[in-house]
Design a protein around this ligand. Sequence first.
Ligand SMILES: [Fe+2]
Length: 193
Amino acid sequence: MNEDQIRQKVIESLPELSQIQDEELRTKVVDAWTYSLSRSSFDSIDQIRASGNPDTPALKTGTQTDHIRGVTQLAIAISDTLHGQFPDLPIDRGLLVACALCHDVGKPYEFDPENQKRWKANTPGTGYPAIRHTQYGTHVCLTIGLPEEVCHAAGCHSGEGELVDRSLHVTIVHHADYAFWRPLQAGGMLEDG
Ligand SMILES: [Fe+2]
């Protein structure tokens, strides 16, 4: 697929983009996924293994797109509930959705079969993984010129975020991420392992 086709597929995969009112922010979220996918072996988010890490259990049915969409919908639900109870909670819906949609934007690099093969063939030389999706995702978001907090979401939604104080939006995305995987695991919806 060429870059325009990849871009079109990103837009089709992520209907939650419509929740971002700011056109520039919405376009940059699409740009970020297009940049990341077009420099990988993947043409769409659907083709990426549906797991949190390359070696953790994957969804029995569903794709990485279902993960990104699920986390975004969970983040919106958390935000709506808490903002309903505590109207002073300073949540920016568009920014929150951008953070959620971009949190795993680095996965095309870490999950790329070519990179996996290379890193596993010479782990003493490369490290494994040499670059996690959090780090590559931060690179992508900075390169595209997304707001700093979206870069923070890509970089700090996972374990790396334990080293810093996460922002409000990224705290919501972090918990939405775990609120996606953990109940599905407990309910037998993930492969064994
Ligand atoms: Fe995730």
